[in-house]
Design a protein around this ligand. Structure first.
Ligand code: MTE
Ligand code: MO
Length: 301
């Protein structure tokens, strides 16, 4: 994905996080320990059962531009990211706006484990055992008004925590923004993840809370969410704004629609040899295909 400032930024060392940022780690593990997940829910009919990617790879090969754009930057540059508490606000076109500590929210939702495929627009893939809850549970709490048509998500803007947000020539516009159509957001496959591999999320994977929408390209999975807003107009997401010709709003996985600079027909499986064929809607056609019936296929990626 990378941008014109790439070369400049490559030479530039990211500023170190201040000592003040290193506070007690944010732990939801205790909560998760009290939850019995039972058998992981695997929504994939084809290619079942899924083999999760090695945890070591999923936590060290990342995209999280707030920490730099190299795949190993997020792990390396997020060591001091350890928020003590995390406030989430759900606002906009809702009858009951909510400002809540994540710890409190997690007591009100049903945590589940979901093993999903993850397909990055850069043509690589992983399989991740997420822990999270259905986004629709949160939407039900705030009661969207009839004007709500889309959900807009925004990553926390705090340059003391995210070094790249301090950059004078940021590689992308911060804060990172993503969006879903309301019916996509209500789909039971859409989850807000707070953990993976049975533990709370590490900073490089979007701690403490991030979106997971398995039929879409990975850039929709916005990390470290601070605000969720119900809106009437379609939001413009970060990568769409960056380059609308290359990244659409829907960003649905489609092997038949090449990225302008590369094919999307197959994917490199991280941790495995060789490539595999990419599946339409990342293999979740049966579950989500109906959401796009009657739409112009050109709009969907
Ligand atoms: N805030 C934020 N969220 C983000 C990104 C980012 O740069 N910033 N990168 C996205 C991209 S391109 C991908 S592929 C996934 C990667 O998630 P992972 O590193 O946990 O595998 O996060 C997405 N969420
Ligand atoms: Mo991505």
């Amino acid at each position: 994905m990378i941008t014109p400032q790439e070369l400049f930024l490559k030479r530039r060392k990211f500023m170190k996080l201040g000592v003040g940022a290193s506070v007690a780690p944010f732990l939801i593990d205790s909560l998760m320990a009290q939850t019995s997940f039972g058998a992981p829910l695997d929504y994939v009919a084809q290619n079942s059962p899924l083999n999760p990617t090695q945890e070591e790879l999923a936590t060290s090969y990342n995209n999280f531009y707030e920490f730099g754009f190299g795949k190993d930057d997020p792990k390396r540059n997020s060591k001091a990211f350890a928020p003590k508490s995390w406030k989430l606000s759900i606002t906009g076109e809702v009858k009951k706006p909510l400002q809540i500590e994540l710890q409190d929210l997690l007591r009100r939702v049903k945590l589940q484990e979901r093993v999903y495929r993850l397909r990055c627009v850069e043509a690589w893939s992983m399989v991740i055992p997420w822990i999270g809850f259905e986004l629709r549970e949160l939407l039900a709490m705030v009661e969207p008004t009839p004007k709500a048509k889309y959900v807009k998500f925004t990553t926390l803007f705090d340059p003391s925590m995210f070094p790249a947000q301090k950059s004078l020539f940021p590689s992308i516009d911060f804060p990172y923004v993503e969006g879903l159509r309301l019916d996509e957001a209500y789909h039971p496959l859409s989850i807000l993840a707070v953990g993976m591999y049975g533990k709370s999320l590490l900073p490089q994977n979007g701690a403490p809370i991030r979106l997971v929408v398995p039929w879409k390209y990975g850039f929709k999975y916005i990390k470290s969410i601070a605000t969720i807003e119900l809106v009437s107009e379609r939001p413009i997401s970060t990568w769409e704004k960056q380059n609308p010709r290359e990244y659409g709003f829907y960003a649905n996985v489609n092997p038949d629609v090449p990225h302008p600079r590369w094919s999307q027909a197959s994917e490199r499986v991280i941790g495995e040899r060789g490539r595999q064929r990419t599946l339409y809607l990342n293999g979740y056609d049966k579950e989500v295909g109906y959401l796009y019936e009657g739409m112009n296929p050109k709009e969907l990626y």
